[in-house]
Design a binder for this molecule. Structure first.
Ligand code: ZN
Length: 242
């Protein structure tokens, strides 16, 4: 059943993109073509040293996404990568506040903020993209979270939900209509990026097995609920690669 559900999801995405009713075989045939056109982009979220083993905020099995993303990227003409890129003493760091520990929360002007270990500080090796990423044709790296007092999980809007990163404008000007999102972590930066992409009017899919989650207090389940409600499609890499 799971496979059928995924296939149905893909059909829905393709029907939306093409404005056509498609048979299963046509969906299969178009799966790769749908990504190899100028109107689709792969967005690789935060595959950085900080988020894999040996980094400051490792996501469990985070490095496992690298070979999957490398393979997926060959199916896309357009690839954008993001980089979490914080100042020292950033508003999202627990160490910035007296008496706060990582993974606790605090209230900031834009709402509740999870407090993290210091991570992805600008210019550090920790903030570098993982060396094993092999996507030479990636066109753009967008940095986010660089405002001292605002976090930014999403690649589109900072955590106040109104400060733009510029990515909506970049993709629109490039004529991109469909975005496929992968990377770290499913339940934070991937999810927020996906929801903002859908809200901005892009046909949006998250490729689940090319992501790994932090899963903090039910955050993964909540993230999928949030993404589903926003109209984000849930795909597997086999839907793209075959
Ligand atoms: Zn961060």
């Amino acid at each position: 059943m799971k496979g059928i559900t995924r296939r149905q999801s893909l059909r829905y995405l393709l029907q939306g993109a093409a404005g056509l009713a498609l048979s299963s075989s046509t969906v299969n045939a178009l799966a790769a073509m749908a990504t190899k056109d100028e109107k689709s982009a792969l967005i690789v979220v935060d595959v950085q040293n900080c988020f894999i083993d040996g980094g400051t905020l490792p996501v469990k099995n985070g490095a496992e996404v690298v070979p999957v993303i490398n393979q997926l990227s060959t199916q896309f003409l357009n690839v954008v990568m993001t980089q979490d890129w914080h100042t020292k003493e950033h508003a999202s760091f627990a160490s910035t506040y007296d008496g706060k520990k990582p993974f606790e929360t605090t209230e900031l002007s834009y709402g509740t903020q999870v407090l993290w270990p210091d991570h992805c500080v600008q210019g550090t090796d920790d903030a570098s993209l993982v060396a094993g990423l092999d996507i030479p044709h990636a066109e753009m790296i967008i940095r986010k979270g660089f405002h001292q007092h605002i976090d930014s999980y999403s690649a589109f809007y900072e955590a106040d939900h109104k400060t733009p990163t510029g990515l909506v404008g970049y993709l629109r000007e490039r004529g991109i209509k469909n975005v496929y999102i992968v990377g770290l972590a499913t339940d934070f930066c991937v999810a927020w990026t996906a929801v903002d992409a859908a809200k901005a009017g892009f046909k949006t899919a998250v490729i689940e097995d090319a992501c790994r989650a932090i899963d903090l207090n039910g955050s993964l389940q909540n993230a999928w609920k949030m993404m589903t409600e926003a109209g984000v499609k849930r795909l597997q890499s086999e839907d793209i690669i075959g």
